[in-house]
Design a protein around this ligand. Structure first.
Ligand SMILES: Cc1ncc(COP(=O)(O)O)c(C=O)c1O
Length: 369
């Protein structure tokens, strides 16, 4: 699905130098590369404050802690996402309120989101799934109307743009009160281990988040808040500094690969290609098809026989995961998500995909439908 080794080979010299310099400096925690990466990411995203942390799950947790959410407060998010988004809601004793998604973009449906608002709603977490921003214009409007904070889960969409109807364009993750990112190796900007970050335009929130990731402390050994230990290693920051310079190039090679898939797969009646919203860019963290007529698993198996990997992101709606049984959702509550879980299939998508590989994938796919 990804080819991290060949990606590394292209930038080996710079990466090796960055790692060696970090080791020679011996500042493995909070070394100079961490602050530099923070500043460079803030410039890239055009957002004043970036706080780095240990992974994208922690970033979501820290965001919710910084907003002072209290046990029992409701947090609305998409039912079709990676577990982490909902896991932290449960972990903090908050109540997850799940919402169905748009069947073509896979992102939270703003009309259904509006209906899920209650007087106890304290945050909304749109997830920019597979590399494309959710309908932020509508979501921000709902947040403002009800005075509810928006946390954008940008784990899969770092670098994507969202375009407002007035023409203004912002990077995904910089529109709501807080944006969160993951630098898991396979992400569009991935490090060589775990890493994460939060972004905000609010100075007070930034200061609080910076304290929370550091045991609630601003001055060493003085703790004003209950925090956690969530740090981006210096080595990871040094690697990310090199890779951040490549992010737009990486995203555009994913777009080129996606355009090839689109062109060759768009006319088959048995599949639906991923739809672009037209409000911004899609950076294809995943290229995810819908395979119709109950043929998804059969197609996946046929591809596997030919040595072509494919993945089902995600096979089970969060509403039906055992861990969230307590939330009381039943089968049938989220028809779109439930259908997608039976139909979606993600194809190999990464920065090193060769045209011959894609030709083979497309030919094999079409002849097995
Ligand atoms: C949508 C989404 N949110 C959150 C996360 C969590 O990120 P991490 O694995 O860095 O904790 C991921 C990672 O896969 C993700 O895809």
């Amino acid at each position: 699905m990804v080819d991290l080794v060949n990606q590394y080979k292209e930038i080996r010299l710079e990466i090796d130098t960055a790692i060696r310099e970090t080791i020679e400096q011996g500042a493995f925690i909070n070394g100079p590369a961490v602050g530099r990466f923070r500043d460079e990411l803030s410039i890239y995203l055009d957002v004043p404050y970036v706080v780095t942390c240990a992974n994208g799950t922690d970033a979501l947790q820290v965001a919710m802690m910084a907003l002072d959410l209290k046990p029992g407060d409701e947090v609305i998010t998409s039912n079709f996402t990676f577990i982490a988004t909902v896991e932290v809601i449960g972990l903090l004793g908050l109540k997850p309120i799940l919402v169905d998604v748009n069947p073509h973009t896979f992102n939270i449906d703003p009309d259904k989101l509006r209906k899920a608002i209650s007087p106890r709603t304290k945050a909304i977490v749109p997830v920019h799934l597979f590399g494309q921003a959710a309908q932020m214009e509508e979501i921000i409007k709902i947040g403002k109307e009800h005075n509810i904070a928006i946390i954008e889960d940008t784990a899969q969409a770092l670098g994507a743009h969202y375009k407002f109807p007035n023409g203004q364009s912002s990077r995904a993750g910089t529109i709501g009160e807080i944006g969160t990112a993951s630098f898991f190796p396979s992400k569009n900007l991935g490090c060589f281990g775990d890493g994460g970050a939060l972004f905000t335009r609010d100075e007070k929130l930034a200061q609080k988040m910076q304290m929370i990731v550091n045991h609630g402390s601003k001055i060493k050994y003085y703790h004003d808040l209950i925090g956690i230990n969530s740090r981006l290693d210096t080595i990871q920051a040094a690697i990310l500094r090199v890779k951040l310079k490549m992010l737009d190039v990486y995203n555009s090679s994913r777009q080129t690969a996606a355009a090839f898939y689109d062109e060759h797969l768009k006319n088959h009646p048995g599949i639906l290609i991923p739809r672009q919203t037209g409000t911004g860019t899609h950076i294809y963290h995943q290229y995810t098809l819908r395979v119709l007529n109950g043929k998804r698993d059969q197609l996946k198996a046929a591809l596997a026989k030919l040595g072509i990997p494919s993945m089902v992101y995600y096979p089970v709606p969060l509403s039906l995961q055992k861990a969230f049984h307590y939330a009381g959702y039943q089968k049938g509550d989220f028809p779109v998500t439930e259908q997608l879980c039976n139909e979606v299939l993600s194809l190999p998508m990464h920065t090193e995909l060769q045209i011959e590989q894609q030709e083979f994938i497309v030919k094999s796919l079409l002849s097995n439908l």
